[in-house]
Design a binder for this molecule. Structure first.
Ligand code: NAP
Length: 551
């Protein structure tokens, strides 16, 4: 069955047979493609977008940028790649990230293996042959021994069910489905709905040129400064010189970041020392504010409240209008209970005369009309509406791929009460199907975890090939243990609360189940090593009933 796949097979044919189909050409899919090809498997990647990049292809709204340091979020599998790519900023903007991912695809000669504009609609496991048939929206069918769903956790945009949304006559765009043609805000009356990480990134940019900007906020967020800056030539040289040690720190830190942890607890310091440390945190880059903070900040209520009081004072000192400032102070959750957004000039934007804030808790949106948005306060007219209303996190994309495993079992039925996985890479009853970077996969710097999982999946495939096995399926008991561990850890919820979309709580009707990896990266890595040295014991492997094998 090892046939080299043409990446441009005509629509509607069902001729392509490969060892591996990767679905998605984002950061995880590109790496899976690279690893599978490098290991000698025939492989093709199917990508719904017209270009590669996944999240960093679709989320091309102005202001979109990394909020993990560029060089820690990028690939680390090749020191040459690390050396030759010169990141312009500590937190790169979307166009640079998209350029980088295209560079990787070309540099490692992967483009010919990627079919863009190719949306998977069905994927069915064939019990008899132990392989998968994949169908795409244009009717193309492909067969593969192994299916890797690298579809990401934030890839299905969520539009709230607001009556009349389709009747709006102006322009409307979701941040996660941003058009590739420029969107012009100049002189327009613009609404932004949603104030999560995407909303707070786009708001300051829109405000610069729009005639008016109205921000519709349901819940305020604990936003703190990103503190981005250009990477100087000296810093660039340091990064190159320290590649090995950077990789080592990322591989041994709890969640894949460079930021060091801090071993002091909040109230070990005097009030004066504490305020100085808070100031230092406020001025530190990105996730340092979570990771390098006082060790008890996310777990001790009083410690958390003290840091929140500091942020509140900052908000009130930046925002001129006391009523607006008050609306921007979160009242319903602690810092770190939701994924904290990092901002540039966000609070300052509310001092502009063209910007106003609407509190949706007191005046919810009733409907959209042809000309705008109606709340209890009346109709506000707009030329352009931006939906920054988030995603069907974790399971959204996998649930829309029509996946059917052994005996026709639908993944959506199997996961009706929430995902069941082993290590966040496989589900029992779905042999030869892997989903690195999916639910239960990561909690922190995603590409680091997702890369580990891709490596592990390839280790499994190589092991199966070397031993003449055709099917790989996780033992249900191993899956049950891992899933129970995630659920237990979620109940202890040291930091994230159930109000976070990490529990699926932003999607009406979605089961409230923790969707992140709760083990931490060092634990994940040590489990992977243990499994490898046990000859992959938690996995049942068998030769195919048709005797076909890729040996
Ligand atoms: P999000 O964090 O889920 O925020 C969605 C926003 O929409 C929230 O303010 C939410 O309000 C609001 N909303 C949802 N339904 C609504 C409704 N029916 N009516 C009014 N408002 C509604 O989504 P996001 O901002 O796109 O961010 C998602 C994740 O993507 C981030 O947490 C992050 O992991 C990632 N991201 C990363 C970056 C980066 O790395 N630089 C940038 C952007 C996004 P409530 O809070 O009240 O639910």
């Amino acid at each position: 069955m090892t046939i080299t796949a043409p990446a441009s097979a005509p629509a509607g044919t069902d001729t392509t047979e490969v060892d591996v189909i990767v679905v998605g050409a984002g950061i995880t899919g590109i790496y899976a493609l690279y690893r599978a090809r490098q290991a000698g498997f025939s492989v093709v990647a199917l990508e719904a977008g017209s270009g590669v990049g996944g999240t960093w292809f679709w989320n091309r709204y102005p202001g979109a940028r990394f909020d993990s340091e560029s060089y820690t979020y990028a690939y680390l599998f090749s020191e040459e790649l690390f050396d030759e790519w010169v990141w312009e900023e500590h937190f790169a903007e979307q166009p640079e990230i998209e350029r980088y991912l295209n560079h990787v695809v070309d540099r490692f000669d992967l483009r010919g293996l990627i079919r863009c504009n190719c949306t998977v609609t069905n994927a069915t496991y064939d019990d008899e042959h132990g392989d998968w048939t994949v169908e795409t929206a244009d009717g193309t069918r492909l067969r593969a021994r192994y299916l890797i769903g690298a579809t990401g956790v934030l890839s299905v945009p969520y539009f709230p069910d607001i009556p009349g949304r389709e009747s709006f006559a102006g322009e409307q765009h979701h941040t996660g489905l941003w058009p590739s043609t420029p969107v012009n805000f100049a002189g327009k009356r613009v609404a932004v709905i949603g104030t999560g990480s995407s909303g707070v990134q786009i708001v300051p940019i829109v405000a610069r040129t729009a005639a008016s900007l109205t921000v519709y906020q349901r819940s305020a967020n604990w936003c703190t400064p990103l503190n981005n800056s250009p990477i100087s030539a000296e810093e660039q040289a340091d990064l190159r010189a320290n590649f090995a040690s950077i990789r080592e720190v990322l591989n041994t830190s709890l969640s894949g970041f460079l930021h060091e942890t801090y071993d002091r607890a909040t109230f070990e310091d005097t009030e004066e020392e504490r305020q100085a440390y808070y100031e230092q945190m406020w001025n530190s880059p990105g996730f340092g504010k979570l990771i390098s903070h006082y060790s008890d900040m996310t777990i001790d209520e009083q410690a958390n409240a003290a840091w929140c009081a500091f942020i509140e004072a900052k908000i009130r000192s930046i925002v001129d209008d006391p009523e607006t400032a008050d609306m921007l102070v979160p009242k319903d959750h602690r810092f770190g209970e939701k994924r904290p957004p990092f901002v540039t000039d966000y609070f300052e934007t509310f001092n502009r005369p063209n910007v106003s804030l609407v509190d949706l808790k007191s005046t919810p949106i009733l409907r959209m009309t042809e000309s705008g948005i109606e709340t209890a306060d009346g109709l506000a007219e707009f030329d352009l509406v931006v939906w920054a209303t988030g995603f069907d996190f974790g399971t959204g994309a996998l649930a829309r791929m029509g996946i059917r495993g052994r005996d026709g079992l639908a993944l959506t039925d199997y996961w009706r009460d929430g995902p069941k996985t082993f290590l966040g890479i496989q589900a029992a009853g779905f042999p030869n199907f892997f989903f690195p970077g999916g639910p239960h996969a990561a909690a922190g710097n995603n590409p680091r975890y997702n890369g580990d999982q891709v490596d592990f999946v390839l280790d499994l495939l190589i092991h199966a090939r070397a031993h003449g096995f055709d099917t790989i399926e996780v033992d249900p008991a191993a899956e049950a243990d891992w899933t129970a561990m995630i659920d237990r850890a979620a109940r202890r919820a040291p930091s994230f609360g159930e109000s976070s979309y990490y529990f699926g709580s932003n999607i009406p009707g979605k089961p409230r189940k923790y969707l992140l990896n709760a083990a931490g990266r060092p634990k994940l890595l040590s489990m992977i090593e243990e499994i490898k040295s046990s000859d992959f014991k938690p996995f049942q492997m068998a030769p195919g009933s048709d005797g076909r094998n890729r040996g």
